[in-house]
Design a protein around this ligand. Structure first.
Ligand SMILES: Cc1cc2nc3c(=O)[nH]c(=O)nc-3n(C[C@H](O)[C@H](O)[C@H](O)COP(=O)(O)O)c2cc1C
Length: 348
């Protein structure tokens, strides 16, 4: 039995959010003790890939939502993760929705959450980012509007956040895709997106950092081309696809994990098809990725790096070792020495 299995057997007896909060407390207070348990040493350069000018030391990153306040970077950066995305961070602290708001579907390796951007606000995140130990990892900062900010003022929230946090971020993400903030996903329309990015223009000139847009898997497929157009028009680095999906029959909130995979996979494929003509725009794949073969399928269609959340909860840090072993085996099979070469072999 592995250490994570012992940890999980206890944590899964607890309420999901309590287990999450307790783990995050432990990871933030004792990052070296906890990361030491998993013995994930520094990786060699053969696993690295360049994304929007940034060097991901491993093609799997931590998705937003697990470390909302950037409090446990010192722990996550000691695992194989190539990038750690913190947030969603809003300008002002907010409590989020009423509890319970996080649910497990253990038999389906999935979760449902209606957290509602609970976070301590940008001042706390700034403070945490300033003192964190990145361990040469990429730090992404995911930005969202406060619940009480009206739609007409939404663009200002993203600007305030960008101005405050961009100097401490390697990349930033405009998140308009959570199903748990009323009206947020309406900001995904091309017009609303343009408002947000127009408003960010000066800030991006002052502090240029790779900027991504995170989208919902529930967006209509026919709206994807216009979203990609906005991404290109405003010279964003790329798209992160996808956030959680709504399954009304399961209740409020967003579903993640294996139940999300198919929908998210289809959306990523559609985006990759469109992006085939725009190689400068990146796609970070997220949504239900739970095994090495999922990543290989993403690579076959032209993808590069992915993120995980739910499969990390179910499988623990061992999932990163499994990905690494998968890469090692495939590199050996194809007789290549690094991941960059492996990706070009796989695509062809
Ligand atoms: C409990 C929970 C909270 C989340 N919070 C956020 C968030 O604050 N911001 C965000 O962009 N995505 C958030 N997500 C979505 C994840 O980043 C990811 O896009 C989604 O879960 C799909 O990936 P997965 O199937 O690997 O979990 C959250 C997901 C979960 C399960």
């Amino acid at each position: 039995m592995q250490i994570y299995d012992v940890f999980k057997s206890m944590a899964f007896k607890m309420d999901p959010e309590k287990a999450h909060d307790l783990s995050m407390w432990g990871f933030s207070k004792f990052p070296l003790i906890f990361s030491g348990l998993f013995k994930q040493q520094q990786l060699g350069p053969q696993y690295s890939l360049e994304v929007a000018g940034l060097n991901w030391s491993f093609p799997v990153g931590l998705a937003a939502g697990l470390d909302k306040n950037a409090q446990a970077i010192d722990f996550f950066s000691k695992l194989y993760f190539g990038a750690i995305e913190v947030g969603t961070i809003t300008p002002r602290p907010q409590a989020g929705n009423d509890k319970p708001r996080l649910f497990r579907y253990v038999n389906e390796s999935s979760l449902r959450n209606r957290m509602g951007f609970n976070n301590l606000g940008m001042e706390e995140a700034y403070h945490n980012l300033k003192k964190c130990e990145k361990n040469s990892k990429i730090i992404g900062v995911n930005l969202g509007k406060n619940k009480t900010t009206t739609e007409t003022k939404a663009a200002d929230d993203y600007k305030v956040l960008y101005d405050k946090l961009a100097p401490l971020a390697d990349y930033l993400v405009v998140n308009v895709s959570s199903p748990n903030t009323p009206g947020l996903r309406d900001l995904q329309s091309a017009d609303k997106l343009k408002e947000i990015f127009l408003n960010l223009k000066e800030s991006r000139k002052t502090c240029p950092k790779p900027l991504f847009l995170k989208i919902s898997p529930d967006m209509a497929m026919e709206d994807i081309p216009s979203t990609v157009e906005v991404v290109k028009e405003f010279d964003l680095s790329g798209i992160i696809a996808t956030n959680t999906t709504i399954m009304k029959e399961r209740g409020d909130g967003g579903i993640s994990g294996k139940l999300l995979y198919e929908k998210s996979f289809m959306m990523r494929n559609k985006i990759l098809e469109i992006l085939a003509e725009s190689p400068q725009v990146e796609l970070i794949g997220v949504g239900g990725i739970s095994q090495f073969d999922d990543l290989v399928d993403f690579w076959k269609r032209g993808g590069k790096v992915c993120q995980i959340y739910t499969s990390f909860i179910y499988q623990g840090p061992q999932i990163l070792v499994d990905f690494k072993n998968g890469i090692d085996n495939l590199m050996q099979k194809h007789g290549v020495q690094n991941l960059k070469d492996l990706l070009s072999v796989i695509k062809n």
